[in-house]
Design a protein around this ligand. Structure first.
Ligand SMILES: [Zn+2]
Length: 90
Protein backbone atom coordinates (compact mmCIF):
# COMPACT_ATOMS: atom_id res chain seq x y z
CA UNK A 1 0.00 0.00 0.00
CA UNK A 2 1.37 3.43 -0.88
CA UNK A 3 2.08 6.08 1.72
CA UNK A 4 0.68 9.54 1.21
CA UNK A 5 1.94 12.73 2.76
CA UNK A 6 -0.70 15.06 4.09
CA UNK A 7 -0.27 18.56 5.34
CA UNK A 8 -2.43 19.82 8.20
CA UNK A 9 -2.55 23.47 9.22
CA UNK A 10 -2.29 22.53 12.89
CA UNK A 11 -0.38 19.24 12.95
CA UNK A 12 1.95 19.79 10.04
CA UNK A 13 2.92 17.05 7.61
CA UNK A 14 2.08 13.44 8.40
CA UNK A 15 2.06 10.17 6.51
CA UNK A 16 -0.98 7.98 5.90
CA UNK A 17 -0.92 4.52 4.37
CA UNK A 18 -3.91 4.08 2.10
CA UNK A 19 -4.93 1.77 -0.71
CA UNK A 20 -4.73 3.44 -4.13
CA UNK A 21 -8.46 3.00 -4.60
CA UNK A 22 -9.24 5.01 -1.48
CA UNK A 23 -10.05 8.68 -2.01
CA UNK A 24 -7.70 11.17 -0.37
CA UNK A 25 -8.35 12.31 3.17
CA UNK A 26 -10.05 15.63 3.56
CA UNK A 27 -9.93 15.76 7.33
CA UNK A 28 -6.99 15.42 9.65
CA UNK A 29 -7.30 12.20 11.66
CA UNK A 30 -5.70 13.96 14.65
CA UNK A 31 -7.50 17.28 14.91
CA UNK A 32 -10.26 17.03 12.28
CA UNK A 33 -8.98 20.07 10.42
CA UNK A 34 -8.58 20.43 6.68
CA UNK A 35 -5.65 18.61 5.13
CA UNK A 36 -4.01 18.74 1.74
CA UNK A 37 -2.42 15.73 0.13
CA UNK A 38 1.16 16.35 -0.90
CA UNK A 39 2.67 14.71 -3.94
CA UNK A 40 5.43 12.49 -2.65
CA UNK A 41 7.99 10.65 -4.76
CA UNK A 42 6.40 7.44 -3.57
CA UNK A 43 3.09 8.32 -5.17
CA UNK A 44 4.77 9.49 -8.36
CA UNK A 45 6.31 6.10 -9.02
CA UNK A 46 2.97 4.41 -8.60
CA UNK A 47 1.27 6.81 -11.00
CA UNK A 48 4.01 6.33 -13.57
CA UNK A 49 3.71 2.58 -13.27
CA UNK A 50 -0.02 2.42 -13.81
CA UNK A 51 0.17 5.05 -16.54
CA UNK A 52 2.80 3.08 -18.39
CA UNK A 53 0.71 -0.05 -18.17
CA UNK A 54 -2.32 1.74 -19.56
CA UNK A 55 -0.34 3.31 -22.41
CA UNK A 56 1.22 -0.02 -23.27
CA UNK A 57 -2.14 -1.73 -23.32
CA UNK A 58 -3.70 1.01 -25.42
CA UNK A 59 -0.83 1.14 -27.91
CA UNK A 60 -1.03 -2.60 -28.49
CA UNK A 61 -4.71 -2.26 -29.12
CA UNK A 62 -3.96 0.67 -31.41
CA UNK A 63 -1.34 -1.27 -33.37
CA UNK A 64 -3.77 -4.16 -33.73
CA UNK A 65 -6.36 -1.80 -35.16
CA UNK A 66 -3.79 -0.24 -37.50
CA UNK A 67 -2.83 -3.66 -38.81
CA UNK A 68 -6.45 -4.52 -39.41
CA UNK A 69 -6.90 -1.27 -41.28
CA UNK A 70 -3.78 -1.99 -43.33
CA UNK A 71 -5.16 -5.38 -44.29
CA UNK A 72 -8.40 -3.78 -45.35
CA UNK A 73 -6.61 -1.08 -47.31
CA UNK A 74 -3.99 -3.25 -49.01
CA UNK A 75 -6.23 -5.03 -51.57
CA UNK A 76 -7.90 -1.76 -52.51
CA UNK A 77 -4.52 -0.14 -53.07
CA UNK A 78 -3.33 -2.95 -55.33
CA UNK A 79 -6.53 -2.91 -57.27
CA UNK A 80 -6.06 0.80 -57.79
CA UNK A 81 -2.48 0.27 -58.92
CA UNK A 82 -3.54 -2.36 -61.44
CA UNK A 83 -6.20 -0.13 -62.83
CA UNK A 84 -3.70 2.71 -63.15
CA UNK A 85 -1.08 0.58 -64.91
CA UNK A 86 -3.66 -0.87 -67.28
CA UNK A 87 -4.87 2.60 -68.19
CA UNK A 88 -1.31 3.77 -68.83
CA UNK A 89 -0.60 0.67 -70.93
CA UNK A 90 -3.59 1.21 -73.17
ZN1 LIG B 1 -4.40 18.14 12.25
Amino acid sequence: MPKYDYSCDKCGVFEVTQPITESPLEQCPYCGGNVKRLISSNVNIIFKGSGFYKTEYRSQDYIKKLKEEDKAKAPAKEKNKNQQSSTTAS
